[in-house]
Design a protein around this ligand. Structure first.
Ligand SMILES: C[S@@+](CC[C@H](N)C(=O)[O-])C[C@H]1O[C@@H](n2cnc3c(N)ncnc32)[C@H](O)[C@@H]1O
Length: 482
């Protein structure tokens, strides 16, 4: 039987939260001593076309990267890309995880979009592999659909599967799934239950066809409670360190007391109706510190892409976060730290350089963690190589330039994020930024490639303006290398 991942390609993207430097930062905050960048050995299970591993292998040539996936077509795509990029530090194995034995240890094991989508035998093998192949100070990142939010999603999965069960091909299944999702989303909403269902269907419609096919119509789709995941890990001698995705639930303000740190998180999931987790595991022998301490932040770098709005008359400050969210605060420490980091974006700042002076260290540590949870700050073990200003001869990410040369419009930036460049002039600019051209040469090259109306010479002032705007945008998008 053909592998469904061969028949319908999965729309894989790099997962910023799985970046070893970010996982290492969270491990350090929990009291671990993660391996230094120069020694990274990274394994990804169910890596698809290796689009998460390729940028890492490219950016960290001294690291060793290994990917495992049983689907032939995405693997071939990954190998082809690795060969074109000349990567000698990436090995890709096309094999069923059940039949694969690692030769050596790994400091980071990543499995994104895998655990709850595969039968129990395979997810159990994943944890058994973590137990045997993680280095003593290593950490595993495992994402999965979570309960109780998975109950809501299960309604959608069951309806979509029921409606598409007689479809003769993947293409027809996808069409029928779209059809029913559209129809349900358009039904009048006259009670809160319907409203929740409509939201779920709208979420489905926001995903592309291929993601619907593999994520919502997947044969196996078994979301788990955090406590069950923790229990499963414990049976393999692994312990739960925390989550890579910031936790947006209210574990700090539970309406009733929790027995311990773990139970608080499970209650948080109940109250937030959490649907997805990106959990980090390490060996059970490692003593983790659940009480935050500023010392453990000190070796890290912080970055924040918040945008401060005008201060409000009462002194409160609003910050725009991603995805239309915002944070408004009156807390002087939060205001100082976020304004300081925003002024340094796209650069990162050593934690030792943050304006934390005058505050008790435990309050500062607590505030920093709250900002991580609010997705207002991210920490890195080693800051990414991002330009903080536009240089004389700016250099755009060589990987992004390579991706554009293949005709792609989605590129990977220096923070391991996917950036869509739908505009041809933006793509042209990135392609030109190879470090050989100053502003004059860039303007001349842009004028040659994009002349004015009806082939007339382009207006030099208009080109200069477009160049300035374009460079600023590439800087903001972390596409320039520092
Ligand atoms: C949902 S995709 C996720 C791909 C990628 N990690 C991502 O997030 O874009 C799941 C991947 O797991 C792979 N897979 C599923 N079962 C597997 C098994 N038993 N052994 C190896 N790979 C498997 C599939 O081929 C597929 O590429």
């Amino acid at each position: 039987m053909p592998d469904l991942y061969d028949e319908v390609p999965y729309p894989s993207l790099p997962r910023p939260q799985s970046h070893p430097s970010r996982i290492a930062a969270l491990a350090a905050i929990a009291g671990m001593t993660p391996p230094p960048v120069s020694r990274w050995r990274v394994l990804e299970i169910g890596c698809g076309d290796a689009c998460n591993l390729l940028p890492l292998a490219f950016e960290y040539p001294k690291g060793r990267f290994t990917g495992v996936d049983r689907a032939a077509v995405p693997m071939a795509r990954g190998r082809d890309m690795a060969a074109k990029l000349g990567l000698a530090n990436l090995e890709l194995y096309e094999v069923n995880l059940l039949d694969w034995k690692p030769n050596g240890e790994f400091d980071y094991i990543i499995a994104h979009g895998f655990y709850s989508w595969v039968p129990f035998e395979i997810r159990d093998r994943l944890l058994a592999l973590c137990a045997t192949a993680l280095s003593s100070g290593g950490v595993a990142y495992i994402s999965y659909n979570a309960l109780p939010g998975g109950h809501l999603r299960r309604y959608v999965w069951d309806l979509l599967k029921f409606h598409t069960s007689r479809a003769a091909s993947p293409r027809i299944r996808i069409e029928k799934a779209h059809e029913v999702a559209r129809l349900v989303a358009a039904l009048p909403v006259d009670d809160p239950g319907r409203a929740a269902i409509r939201r779920e269907m709208e979420n489905v419609l926001e995903r592309g066809s291929e993601a619907i096919f593999h994520d919502d119509l997947s044969e196996t789709n078994d979301p788990v409670y955090l406590m069950d995941f923790i229990g499963h890990a414990a049976r393999h001698g692994l312990q739960y360190l925390g989550d890579a995705e910031p936790v947006r639930d209210d574990v700090r303000d539970l309406p009733w007391p929790a027995e311990d740190w773990f139970e608080a998180r499970q209650y948080g999931d109940f109250l937030a109706c959490r649907k997805f987790r990106e959990s980090i595991l390490c060996r059970e022998q490692i003593p983790l510190r659940r009480v935050l301490s500023l010392d453990r932040f000190q070796a890290l770098a912080a970055a924040s892409r918040v945008k401060p709005a005008e201060p409000q008359p009462d002194g409160a400050q609003k910050f725009e976060l991603s995805q239309g969210r915002s944070l408004t605060t009156n807390h002087p420490l939060v205001k100082d730290v976020l304004c300081f980091l925003a002024s340094r974006w796209p650069g990162s700042v050593p934690v030792t350089g943050l304006p934390l002076g005058g505050y008790p260290p435990e309050d500062a540590a607590d505030m920093l963690m709250r900002l991580v949870e609010a997705e207002a700050i991210e920490f890195w073990q080693q800051p990414p190589r991002v330009a903080m200003a536009i240089g004389e001869r700016p250099v755009a990410s060589p990987l992004a330039r390579f991706q554009l040369s293949l005709g792609l419009t989605m590129v990977t930036n220096q923070r391991h994020q996917s950036i869509d460049l739908p505009d041809e002039s933006g793509r042209l600019l990135v392609s030109l930024l190879d470090g050989t051209r100053d502003r004059e040469a860039l303007a001349a090259a842009m004028g040659r490639v994009a002349p004015g109306p009806e082939g007339a010479p382009a207006d030099p002032a208009a080109i200069e303006r477009a160049l300035q705007v374009g460079l600023q945008e590439m800087l903001r998008l972390c596409l320039l290398v520092g």
